[in-house]
Design a protein around this ligand. Structure first.
Ligand SMILES: Nc1nc2c(ncn2[C@@H]2O[C@H](COP(=O)(O)OP(=O)(O)OP(=O)(O)O)[C@@H](O)[C@H]2O)c(=O)[nH]1
Length: 449
């Protein structure tokens, strides 16, 4: 048990349940693409994963398009963080080789878990870049989720907390103070309706009285929690679907590939057989990045050459996953968008082609959102909802921004389930989303012991 107890052991236990550390599983066989799909609209590029390049047939985007032209205008928020700034190669996940954490929750299949643990063969070294294997000191190992969450969200919470302290220290609750509070909440990206609701809750019965900053924080947390509660929904893997197909969508650099890696790790640690499909065929580095994650977590990766037809690849992956008894198939998609039409066409085609094989798939379509884009996330949700029928959200990079309040605005406006949040690049920096913890973290409150 390498997990060090955080400040609040009771809270930690409640948050995660029991965890243990295991060795990496035996690397499974790399899948071979299945035979020809019967109803594939694409050319025979679906047959094998080492065929000659099949150019993208649907989207107008091309692998040759310069990187700077890849984001649709409506998604081009001024503060959209390019992936290149964080990981120039875009290949190696930047944390040490991940520890596999066994979550002994109700879904654990002891038969599989036991088999995996009994065969702790490391991932093939030749595929993992040496830099990724270097055993950097891993501070994350020593910290619990609450600590990572609050540290990660410090920029968001301190900007809010500073405003609250400044506004409510020895001041009566009057119109001007309330207006300033509302402005501060809107600036923190919580959205106008939520900001108004919080302000009303704070003023209720307290008008013209003194109220302490701590009281304000408590009400703030409670109101935020009320907004988030309905969307804080675990991602349920329906074991009746085999494979359970998860399509990952989002703009470039949002963290799709990294999130796939982190989720795979979680699923594997629950004893599930996982397979990955490298559907981001625009970027060679994205394919390599996914292979690295696959090797790390012991999940086969179906990949093709850059520029291959993503829908055909997704079809073959599903066929292969079905044949080899995969429990969860995660399909990566390209995030480099030239225009709305290209995005719609590519995602729609992937979904359409997947459904030729399994009418009920994809069983989850997760939109990965980078918190640092702030309000721009709203238009991303709208766009991807239209293009791919998003069923849930994952918000990454809450650690890199003061704009974490955007999650509250998204919850209030769309009501889409939020399954996971990410507060760092480490494999354990992605955890299921819980309303109470997030609300307390954003308001700068201590966790309940
Ligand atoms: N700080 C921080 N970085 C993150 C988080 N999640 C992902 N990243 C980093 O964000 C960068 C982009 O992640 P990717 O997974 O490559 O993003 P992508 O959406 O697959 O990008 P494309 O392949 O270009 O579409 C990587 O350097 C990740 O390590 C997070 O929660 N916090």
């Amino acid at each position: 048990m390498a997990e060090t107890k955080p400040d609040k052991p009771g809270f930690f236990s409640r948050l995660f349940g029991r965890k243990g550390e295991t060795q990496p599983e035996a690397a499974p066989q790399t899948p071979q693409a299945g035979g020809e799909p019967e109803a594939m609209p694409s050319p025979p590029a679906t047959a094998a994963d080492d065929l000659v390049a099949a150019p993208p047939t649907v989207t107008t985007a091309s692998p040759d398009t310069p990187e700077e032209n890849k984001t649709v205008p409506e998604l081009a928020g001024a503060d959209l963080q390019p992936v290149e700034g964080l990981d120039p190669e875009g290949v190696s996940p930047q944390e040490p080789l991940p520890r596999i954490v066994t979550e002994t929750g109700p879904q654990l299949r002891p038969d599989i878990a036991a088999a995996d643990l009994a065969n702790p063969e490391p991932a093939p070294a030749e595929v993992v870049p040496p830099s990724a294997l270097e055993a950097k000191p891993a501070p994350d190992e020593k910290r619990g989720w609450w600590q990572r969450l609050t540290e990660g969200m410090r920029r968001t919470s301190s900007s809010l907390s500073d405003s609250v302290t400044g506004l409510f220290t020895k001041r009566k609750l009057d119109d001007a103070t309330l207006q300033d509070l509302e402005d501060a909440l809107i600036q923190a990206d919580l959205g106008v309706p939520t900001a108004m609701r919080i302000t009303e809750a704070i003023s209720s019965g307290r008008y013209n009285k003194e109220i302490s900053p701590q009281e304000v924080r408590t009400i703030l947390a409670s109101e935020v929690e009320k907004t988030l509660q309905p969307v804080a929904q675990a991602l349920h893997i329906d074991r009746g679907k085999k494979p359970f197909v998860i399509l990952m969508v989002g703009v470039n650099g949002a963290g799709k590939t990294t999130t796939i890696g982190k989720l795979s790790q979680k699923f594997r640690s629950q004893g599930l057989k996982v397979m990955l499909a490298a559907g981001d065929t625009f970027r060679a580095a994205a394919i390599e990045q996914l292979k690295v994650w696959g090797d790390r977590v012991g999940a086969p990766v179906l990949a093709r050459e850059q520029g291959a037809d993503a829908a055909g690849l997704a079809y073959d992956a599903l066929q292969e996953a079905k044949a080899n008894g995969t429990d969860v198939l995660l399909i990566d998609t390209a995030g480099r968008l030239q225009n709305k039409a290209g995005l719609m066409a590519e995602l729609e085609k992937i979904v359409r082609v997947i459904r030729k094989f399994d009418e009920s798939a994809p069983h989850a379509t997760l939109l990965v959102l980078d918190a640092t884009v702030g309000q721009n996330a709203m238009s991303q949700v709208e766009l991807f909802q239209k293009a791919a029928g998003v069923t849930g959200l994952v918000m990454t990079k809450l650690d890199g921004t003061a704009r974490g309040g955007i999650l509250v605005a998204l919850a209030a406006k769309f009501g889409l389930p939020v399954h996971f949040i990410g507060v760092g690049e480490g494999v354990e920096d992605l955890e299921p989303f819980t309303a109470g913890d997030f609300a307390k973290a954003i308001a700068g409150l201590e966790a309940t012991p």
